[in-house]
Design a protein around this ligand. Structure first.
Ligand code: MTE
Length: 393
């Protein structure tokens, strides 16, 4: 027994902030309002999006809680919190983004299956915990390993929550062993979020944090960690969170054709304006976030106030009033940057934003070309309309 209890219903859910926009109640899926998202570089826990597939687990006795590390290793072991706390504590600022962020906008092109999200299914937090590379070393797997002597090549995280997609079984996902044992990949077994003990919604007492990778791989409420030969065969790895081309639909899908999505692509969104905003002609502040996956930082954010005909570069900042300096070794490669641009709007128009990452990847112009049946990875230019007060539009 790991000490984690998985309720079968939603009668013991934790309290949540009333300002969250609830996209689905049971399981609880909610995001902050987009304007609240960019008011701080570090997203407060209460406003951090919550993405669940079942009722939230409960820990009745933290002393008894343990994670079993098993599979293709010589000596399986149970790790208690006191074992994890003994390891060096690392703190990583990383943005967690759900692959379904901006799904609602994609579904306007053509219907997609999944919980609808606006542009705030992500948040930037300061995560603290043990490095997975240190934990694996503790059980005999050296740093920078690609496989174990008995053929283990993947690290599977298994929870206890009862998910209907898994026929009532737990949520699980895996990452390659090479990533898990690479200290620079900064994969954490996190027990703190924004310097406070993780709360129940975000994975108390222990969760995986896989920076630069879609949120689906950062498994909450860890019950076991398995060293396995092939990647995890669970629903959320094999029959979900895969990026299909626009011509694949439910009548011709072959899930085995595509790999599980890992890194997320370059992304940005305007948060200071609604999809349609009414305003008096004059100055407007365009503010939002930009991020990329795989540890690629943001090179540039371009903003257009004529629907994408002409562009200017937005100002990037990490903290309000502190300009973003990409050369700075301390710059957070796993975290978003916030951006800001002032514009003078005299007539109704479309404002657009697109980001470019340090590899030169840029967001696609239109959502149609990246439409996929599950509505994941909508990274198309973010566009909002402003309607000036004296216009007929
Ligand atoms: N872990 C478990 N055990 N159960 C889940 O439903 N959801 C995943 C991931 N880890 C999930 C999970 C998904 S899809 C995302 S986007 C992130 O957790 C969301 O983390 P958050 O709720 O802390 O924001």
């Amino acid at each position: 027994m790991s000490g984690l209890i998985a309720p079968s219903d939603y009668s013991q859910e934790p309290p949540r902030h009333p300002d969250l926009v609830v996209n689905a109640k049971d399981p609880f899926n909610a995001e902050p309002h987009r304007s609240a998202l960019v008011s701080s570089y570090v997203t407060p826990v209460n406003y951090f999006y919550k993405r669940n597939h079942g009722p939230i687990p409960i820990v009745d006795d933290i002393e008894k809680y343990n994670v079993s590390v098993t599979g293709l290793i010589q000596t399986p072991r149970k790790l208690f919190m006191k074992d994890i706390w003994k390891l060096p504590k690392y703190t990583v600022t990383a943005t967690l983004q759900c692959a379904g962020n901006r799904r609602t906008a994609m579904s306007r092109t053509r219907n997609v299956k999944g919980v609808g999200w606006d542009v705030a299914a992500l948040g930037n937090a300061v995560w603290s915990g043990a490095k997975l590379a240190d934990v694996l070393e503790l059980i005999g797997i050296p740093k920078h390993s690609h496989s174990t002597p008995s053929g283990g090549r993947h690290v599977e995280f298994v929870s206890v929550d009862k998910c209907k997609e898994e026929n009532g079984g737990p949520y699980k996902a895996s990452i390659p062993l090479s990533q898990a044992t690479n200290p620079e990949a900064d994969v954490l077994l996190a027990y703190e979020m924004n310097r406070e003990t993780l709360n129940r919604d975000h994975g108390y007492p222990l969760r995986g944090i896989v920076p630069g990778v879609i949120g689906a791989r950062s498994v909450k409420w860890l019950d076991s960690i398995n060293i396995i030969a092939e990647e995890c065969q669970g629903f959320f790895m094999q029959r979900d969170y895969k990026m299909f081309p626009p011509w694949v639909d439910w009548d011709n899908i072959d899930w085995s054709m595509r790999r599980p999505q890992m890194d997320f692509p370059v992304q940005c969104a305007i948060c200071s304006l609604e999809d349609v905003s009414m305003m008096k002609p004059g100055k407007v502040t365009i503010r939002g976030y930009a991020l990329s996956g795989g540890g690629r930082g943001i090179e540039r954010v371009d903003v257009s106030i004529d629907g994408g005909k002409t562009w200017t570069e937005a100002l990037k900042y990490q903290k309000h009033g502190v300009p973003y300096i990409p050369e700075d070794a301390s710059s957070d490669k796993w975290a978003w940057v916030l951006f800001e641009a002032e514009a003078d709007i005299q007539q109704s128009t479309e404002i657009a934003a697109k980001a470019v990452d340090t590899a030169g990847n840029v967001q696609p112009e239109n959502v149609q070309v990246i439409w996929n049946l599950r509505g994941i990875l909508n990274t198309s230019w973010h566009r909002v309309k402003v309607v000036t007060a004296h216009s007929n539009l």
